[in-house]
Design a protein around this ligand. Structure first.
Ligand code: PGA
Length: 253
């Protein structure tokens, strides 16, 4: 069943790198990944998008943003619309990252609005879901992740689903060096797949790319990516080093 799906390895640079560092890092990554057996994406700060797009030109690397607003334009100081991203040549956008939910008041409702706006504009969405440690300790992981997934997809058509990648990111594993075990990752990715099956049917759920994210690195990527329901990774810290990022990419085929 895994062969029906495309692996996606995406770097989430978060608020790191200025423009010259962006050019430098992408220039280092490019020659390491031309044979990638997966889609390779770098999600950079808004101010680096233009630099990144120029740097990946003519390569197999795609560029993504890390957030997007749901309105097309208007009085939303500090926000960026999906149309603005598309005009620049951005192809991917991360939506609902736990850092957005935790520090910037992002809710399941605004995540859903952003997902729909991004899809309508033609972006490919990396939709992040995941439980916090207290949720896991209370045995609420499956319910919470299922709810986040369903809420984010309200109003999304089966056809639009083809432009969504779901990233399962347990909040306790992000930036902590505490990776989920490959069994834990696979179990929740399988749960997400079953939610997709209930909502959209077998064919769509078989084809859905579901990433794991949370301290994925060159040492643990192979094991995580070998699991039947894990089809890629959303990589924070390790995506800031060309060699580490390339090693993870080499495990995704
Ligand atoms: P990490 O971040 O790889 O540094 O844990 C992952 C993410 O936040 O997407």
């Amino acid at each position: 069943m895994k062969e029906k799906r495309s692996y996606v390895i995406a770097g989430n640079w978060k608020m790191n790198n200025n423009r010259s560092q962006t050019k430098g890092l992408i220039t280092q990554i490019v020659p390491l990944v031309p044979q990638a057996g997966c889609e390779v994406v770098v999600c950079v700060p808004f101010t680096n998008l233009e630099t990144a797009i120029k740097a990946v030109s003519g390569t197999n690397i795609k560029v993504g943003a890390q957030n997007v607003h749901f309105e097309k334009s208007g009085a939303y100081t500090g926000e960026i619309s999906a149309e603005m991203l598309i005009e620049m040549g951005v192809e991917y956008v991360i939506i609902g990252h736990s850092e957005r939910r935790q520090y910037f008041g992002e809710t399941d409702e605004t995540v859903n609005l952003r997902v729909k706006a991004a899809l309508n504009a033609g972006l490919t969405v990396i939709l992040c879901v995941g439980e916090r440690l207290p949720d896991r300790e209370k045995g609420l992981t499956n319910e919470l992740v299922a709810l986040q997934t369903k809420a984010a997809l309200i109003g999304v058509t089966a056809q639009q689903l083809d432009k969504i990648v779901i990233a399962y990111e347990p909040v306790w594993a992000i930036g902590t060096g505490k990776t989920a075990t490959s069994e834990q990752a696979d179990e929740v990715c399988e749960l997400i797949r079953s939610v997709i099956r209930d909502l959209y049917g077998d064919e769509k759920s078989d084809k859905m790319t579901i990433q794991y994210g949370g301290s994925m690195n060159a040492a643990n990527a192979e094991e995580l990516l070998s699991k039947p329901n894990v089809d890629g990774g959303l990589i924070g810290g390790a995506s800031l080093k060309a060699k580490d990022f390339a090693e993870i990419i080499s495990c995704a085929k």
